[in-house]
Design a binder for this molecule. Structure first.
Ligand code: FES
Ligand code: FES
Length: 152
């Protein structure tokens, strides 16, 4: 066991964790269940998080590797009172089917929109390409993201 200290969506967590624990297990055991368990081998993207503002697969990241760092999940996009504009666009457009990939898609799309100087459709498609969506064919999610940034 090792002591760690991380910020998860701006909340500091200091605790002791097993050295082999994945960040995915750590987050889910701390109530962050928007981070989904899929392939557990870094392939599907359902477990995506931001660590110090960089997209990472939490299933192949040890909790110890996040020690001292800032972790963001989809919960960081909204407040307790309201959804983010991007989340609202997903609902309006009907970009959610089974919803399993949706937290990761929103997180990576939000990260792209926050960091892109001149957003382009090909770049936003690339930014979300690490998340496998089995339901939508990406048509509606891309439409929702483009609507959010008024990209025609
Ligand atoms: S569960 Fe992590 S990439 Fe699939
Ligand atoms: S909405 Fe079902 S996997 Fe994307």
């Amino acid at each position: 066991m090792r002591n760690i200290s991380v910020f998860v969506n701006d909340k500091k967590i200091r605790t002791e964790v097993p050295i082999s624990q994945t960040l995915l297990d750590f987050l889910r055991s701390n109530g962050i269940t928007s981070v989904k368990r899929g392939c557990e081998s870094g392939e599907c993207g359902a477990c995506a998080v931001l660590i110090d503002d960089e997209p990472r697969a939490s299933c192949i990241t040890l909790t110890l590797q996040a020690d001292g760092k800032e972790i963001k999940t989809v919960e960081a996009l909204s407040t307790r009172q309201d959804l983010s504009e991007l989340q609202k666009r997903f609902i309006e457009v009907g970009a959610i089917q089974c919803g399993y990939c949706t937290p990761a898609l929103l997180l990576l799309a939000g990260h792209y929109l926050n960091t892109a100087v001149s957003p382009l459709e090909k770049d936003l498609r690339e930014a979300i390409s690490g998340v496998l969506c089995r339901c939508t064919g990406y048509v509606k999610p891309v439409e929702a993201i483009k609507k959010e940034i008024r990209l025609d």
